[in-house]
Design a protein around this ligand. Structure first.
Ligand SMILES: C[S@@+](CC[C@H](N)C(=O)[O-])C[C@H]1O[C@@H](n2cnc3c(N)ncnc32)[C@H](O)[C@@H]1O
Length: 362
């Protein structure tokens, strides 16, 4: 029994490190797919919208790029290289001497991220100076007006914390016997949505100070169509069912399951657009639902890869709350349940891939 453990409300549990079987590096094809299909549109938008007048034009200047929530790679390296190639093309198109411009890339994630693996696997032929920046992107990370392009892919659905009402027994939003929510749990959903709103606001307010005027921010945000949960959220609810069953069997404490909640919120595209507009600091230059960019999809999903993908993302968080044996058991049971739900895996190219937003500082 794990009754001695109490679920924590503040979360900073990075993806599985290293490059082993259960690492994020080996189980992030889903996110890689998003990076691949947005490559061209990001390039076109940089070519069209980047203001070279406000950017470095001689050798004493440096072009600075930051990837926020970079994890351990390799996705971050593809993202960064695409941005550098696009900026190079932009310089060429304006007949600037691009050789005089140097690139510096900041890789940011929580301090507990496996930066060692990330830095050891930097591409040997990289044409930039690399630095790791630990810390939460919900606050300030860089000096004022210092970054020319920000990128953040598949990160903003991670909340800075579980909304406090969810774990308050006296609140209408108390989330007993669940680790997430469904569309019927209105109060819980509202508490999650309000936390997302606060987090996105602090993210945007920090970035607007750090971005140079005319600078660009590229976000890939996991989004859902209105009034629906996506497969990712449905998966989390299946993991919740597994935990509840384990509690019923007395393998883990019911109290712990009641206090354990996943600090993730997947917004709708409309919610994101509304919040960016209300924040007022950025102009959306391009937004595109990713599933619209897919023409020839070879992505395959099965119960095992789906379970490995979620495990790579959640294991650190689960381990803060449950013993390793329990965590192993949860993911074994989860995979079994997924395998028995064939409809669940039948449509790999559904609308769940999220949305790309490319914005400029006003
Ligand atoms: C699903 S991974 C995405 C990694 C990478 N961007 C990609 O596309 O493959 C989400 C990453 O965001 C990081 N993250 C979540 N919240 C964060 C925060 N507040 N500050 C910095 N990093 C954060 C996590 O630690 C994790 O490494």
């Amino acid at each position: 029994m794990e009754s001695q453990k109490v679920s924590k409300s503040y979360q900073a549990f990075p993806m599985n490190g290293g490059d082993g079987q259960q690492s994020y590096a080996r189980n992030s094809m889903y996110q890689r797919r998003g990076t691949d299909i947005t490559k061209n549109i990001i390039r076109e938008t940089i070519l069209e919208k980047l203001d070279l007048e406000t950017l470095p034009q001689n050798s004493s200047d440096t072009f600075r790029i930051a990837d926020l929530g970079c994890s351990v790679g390799p996705n971050t390296f593809f993202t960064v290289q695409n941005i550098i190639d696009s900026v190079d093309l932009k310089y060429q198109s304006q007949e600037y001497n691009k050789d005089s411009v140097e690139f510096q890339v900041f890789f940011n994630d929580h301090a507990g991220n496996d930066f060692n693996t990330l830095l050891k696997s930097l591409p040997e032929d990289k044409q930039y100076f690399a630095a790791a920046v630990p810390g939460s992107f919900h606050g300030r990370l860089f000096p004022e007006s210092s970054i020319h392009v920000f990128n953040s892919s598949y990160t903003l659905h991670w909340l800075s914390k579980v909304p406090k009402e969810i774990v308050d027994k006296n609140s209408r939003a108390y989330n007993k016997g669940k680790i997430y929510f469904t569309s019927e749990d209105e109060e819980v959903a509202e508490a999650y949505s309000a936390q997302f709103e606060r987090d996105l606001e602090s993210f945007l307010n920090s970035r607007v100070l750090e971005l140079v005027p005319g600078g660009i921010m590229i976000l890939i945000i996991l989004c859902v169509p209105p009034n629906s949960l996506n497969r990712f959220e449905a998966s989390v609810n299946i993991i919740g069912d597994v935990l509840v069953e384990m509690a019923k069997k007395g393998l883990i404490s019911e109290e712990l399951v009641d206090s354990f909640n996943i600090p993730i919120y997947v917004p709708t595209s409309e919610e994101v657009k509304k919040l960016i507009k209300e924040n007022g600091n950025f102009k959306i230059e391009k937004s595109e639902l990713l599933f619209r960019l897919i023409d020839n999809d070879t992505y395959q999903i099965d119960a095992h890869s789906s379970s490995m993908h979620l495990r790579a993302a959640f294991e650190g968080f689960f381990k803060e709350n449950f013993e390793q044996d329990t965590v192993d058991n949860v993911f074994v049971q989860f995979e079994k349940k997924l395998a028995s739900e064939s409809n669940f895996l039948a449509d790999p190219s559904s609308k769940e891939l999220g949305e790309l937003f490319i914005m400029k500082r006003k």
